[in-house]
Design a protein around this ligand. Sequence first.
Ligand code: PGA
Ligand code: ZN
Length: 425
Amino acid sequence: MTIQSIEARRIWDSRGRPTVEVEVGNADGSIGRGIAPAGASRGTREAVELRDGGPRFGGLDVQRALRGIELEIAPALVGRDASDQASIDALLIALDGTPDKSRLGGNALIATSLAVLHAAAAQARLPLWRYLAQGRPVQLPLPQVQVFGGGAHAGRRVDVQDFMVIATGARSFAQAMEMSAEVYRAAGALMAERGALAGVADEGGWWPAFARNEDALDTLLAAIERAGYTPGSEVAIALDIAASEFGHGGRYRLALENEELDSDALCERLLRWLERYPIVSIEDPLAEDDEAGLIAFTRAAAGHVQVVGDDYLVTSAQRVRTAAERGACNCLLVKPNQAGTVSETRAALDAARESGYGTIVSARSGDTEDVAIVHLATGWNAGQIKVGSFARSERMAKWNEGIRLEGRVPAPAGFAGRAALAGGR
Ligand code: PGA
Ligand code: ZN
């Protein structure tokens, strides 16, 4: 069965910015649709988003990316078999011809690659997760749910980017959602009581009106307790420090505390947080250019906590293998648009698994109603998923899709639960 048509259009993401959608039509009438999400705190080695520049929409329009799909990608893909993802992705990479996908754009490539994947599943008349699982047993992923959104997602109101919870006591995906909902509500109520409720950040987490980064941690702990859960055993904390946003060359500037720390001092600060708070996962604790710091932090923390690489690993199989050799991180954040194609995303996930790393499939801060990552996390049996907060429909669409998959027959075989966490705490 062959690809008959490829259509690209500009749609709009959750920040109201242009993004790329691609629709692939097969000869049998089945179709697949892929959408490129967009990050705000990007790793420097991510596949490059092609944006138009100029005055329109702050330079963020994607007409050039659409033109590349229409003039170069579509003619090359029509007549090929959508189920041959590996050779289609190889063709996309070759067509682009640059190491960072900057000519045709990582946004054009990932939207196309995902659309081809969806088209193949549609042609096989299977839901995407099942198509990906290929008959192997898979589980619903353990969710990381944002409660406060900071860093680049909240005008840098606090330095740390994501204050999240993980329902470590949940026995199903639906129960993890219930527990996260209660904590999210309790955190909002706590903020309202202290007159600090000021709306939400880019991923729907409460706007972090705090005087110190640690105040957010204290409030999160109080919210877990107010919701009626035992911190740690029932609901634990996960952080994305996103340190590349406030640190370069081994120097870190905490704007909120008006402090400058070197790599060792930031490590110590974070290790102190690990002692004081029930934190089970910590992402990008040091900046992407501070490999020595990441190795030192991993050595100190990885025995009992998950150390996640996002900006540092950028969903690259090669970077995961190198990091594993050097002892940096023990878990990979998997963002398809960092890699640029489905096959490269899958290769990074496989490399992480082979290295004994945990894996978390992740949305971006600029996202859409697209729920593909829930299917990727489930069908690839990634174990964990990170989508943003418990508000705003580009986030809720994904959580709700997880609930649907859990209730479906045949459903994935159970829920990954806290066993999916790397670092074994
Ligand atoms: P981004 O950040 O999608 O804004 O790049 C998300 C993250 O750092 O995990
Ligand atoms: Zn991150």
